[in-house]
Write a protein that binds this ligand. Structure first.
Ligand code: SF4
Length: 495
């Protein structure tokens, strides 16, 4: 049998698989197939677009006025897509954007897009990834795009048992790297599910029960990835890194230390429940992360709202006081600048628009607490604001659906803008004051005469180099010279 994987990329609250991130879904599926003697071929949605729209002939990126992000992430197989698909007997589509963002150098595939591309292929078609369970969204605040059942022979979130830790073939999955020419950051899974599991909007309890991977399995996978040349890692696939093995300090240190000893260029984390930071051993875990990870690291805190009424009505798990304490503690232990020019560890926060009970006071409360953080010279690496999506099966969908989004939509633009102008902008100036030198900035796209790049890692700052078209995929040392609302303008110091 000839298996082909088409990766349309995935973005879940607990797990990223949009390039340069390589998610767990393609790796585990690749591993499961090779384990039983198959030789699967990995393609990206970009390969498919190139085949359909440009006859598999790529453009010269250095000559594009504005980089075409839809055909940016080509695998080593891009020239042979037609032939590969002709021979394919089993086509596996990985898809599912559940928390859409703006991606610097990638455009995830929509379900309607990929189903159109594959409609004439004669083979067994499988849909997996988050889209198989929840659909996929392109824009927050809207109902998810559902798959057309007629387009697939099998729709399975748990295809090849990739959701059972005792069955995943993560180590074998590392060989997938051989088909990818760009430098990836590998999303590493530590666990799934949530021991709180009651926030109104959250899909994690619908997807998974609480389980953790064994340190041994994680370490073996890290080693296998490193052996394939991976230099950048993020412990990002979990709902809370601090909850790994129920917050067991020794086990947490075991995986951090093992990853550190591999000498990666990037070792970061993602997703932390603020309660665990202020809870038992929280401070010790922060210290371990600062000790073993590389600088520029961020703990993304799911705060969602600072409004007590909204917190209550949506059963959110963090009070503003706890969130504030967690932010303060991370700042105290992580603010020191590391050798790439960024602080070692900072908090990031998530704010959600459209939760049950939201009104004008909600924004006032958010601003009150954000101003307090700013006034006390505490740093936030980033504030992620998005409109909530009422996924089927959540309390939010049952009780309110898009009611509050519709009611308050007229305010969102001004609420967001106020946060960007009054909090993000001054915060950015404190985070990387003028003259700060940032190292290892990889140039990724052009927009006219500006080149945009970023460091590898979790929520890296986007840096625009005005008036210069620098060589893409090369690394530069950059000095901060000016600011945009959420990104910075830099000047090249040296290559
Ligand atoms: S704490 Fe709430 S939002 Fe976070 S994973 Fe658990 S249920 Fe979901």
């Amino acid at each position: 049998m000839n298996y082909t994987i088409i990766d349309c990329y995935t973005d879940e609250p607990s797990g990223l698989g949009v390039p340069p991130y390589l998610g767990t879904f393609p790796r585990y599926i690749y591993g499961a197939l090779t384990d039983v003697g198959n030789n699967p071929i990995y393609l990206t949605i970009d390969d498919i677009r190139l085949w359909k729209k440009y006859n598999s002939i790529p453009s010269d990126k250095s000559k594009e006025i504005k980089t075409n992000k839809k055909i940016y992430n080509l695998t080593k197989n891009y020239e042979n897509v037609e032939e590969i698909l002709k021979k394919t007997t089993h086509l596996i589509i990985i898809a599912g954007i559940n928390v859409p963002g703006k991606y610097l150098s990638a455009v995830p595939g929509r379900l309607s897009e990929v189903t159109d591309y594959i409609k004439d292929l004669r083979c067994y078609k499988i849909l997996t990834g988050p889209a198989a369970l929840l659909g996929s969204i392109q824009e927050g605040g809207k109902k998810p795009e559902k798959y057309n059942t007629k387009s697939f022979d099998l729709i399975d979130f748990n295809y090849l048992n990739t959701n059972y830790y005792d069955e995943i073939k993560a180590q074998q999955g590392a060989q997938l790297i051989q088909q990818i020419p760009w430098p990836v950051i590998a999303e590493i899974e530590t666990g799934k599910g949530c021991d709180i599991g009651k926030c109104s909007f959250c899909t994690e309890p619908l997807k998974s029960k609480v389980q953790f991977r064994l340190p041994r399995d994680i370490i073996e996978e890290l080693k296998a990835l490193k052996k394939q040349g991976v230099e950048h890692f993020r412990f990002g696939k979990q709902t809370c890194f601090f909850s790994y093995q129920n917050g067991n300090l020794e086990e947490i240190e075991k995986i951090l230390k093992a990853a550190h000893e591999l000498g990666p260029k990037t070792l970061h984390i993602d997703n932390v429940n603020p309660n665990k930071i202020v809870g038992k051993d929280g401070e010790k875990i922060v210290k371990l992360i600062v000790k073993y990870c590389t600088p520029g690291n961020t703990t993304a805190l799911g705060i969602e709202s600072f409004d007590k009424e909204v917190i209550k009505k949506n059963s959110l798990n963090t009070t503003p006081q706890i969130a504030y304490k967690a932010i303060k503690l991370i700042n105290k232990l992580g603010v020191k600048r590391g050798k790439n020019g960024m602080p070692k560890l900072l908090p990031g926060i998530n704010i959600l628009f459209g939760l049950i009970g939201e009104n004008k006071n909600t924004h006032q409360e958010n601003m009150k607490w954000l101003n307090k953080i700013l006034d006390e010279n505490l740093l936030l690496r980033r504030i992620n604001i998005r409109q909530v999506t009422p996924f089927e099966g959540t309390k939010l969908d049952d009780l309110a659906g898009t009611k509050f989004i519709k009611k308050n939509k007229k305010h969102y633009w001004s609420w967001r803008k106020q946060i960007r102008r009054e909090i993000d902008y001054p915060m950015l100036k404190k985070l990387v004051p003028e003259g700060t030198i940032l190292k290892d900035v990889r140039m990724e796209i052009y927009d006219g005469k500006t080149t945009f790049g970023r460091q590898f890692g979790t929520y890296p700052l986007v840096i625009g180099i005005k008036g210069k078209r620098l060589k893409l995929n090369e690394f530069y040392e950059v000095k901060v010279v000016d600011y945009m609302l959420r990104s910075i303008i830099g000047e090249v110091i040296q290559k």
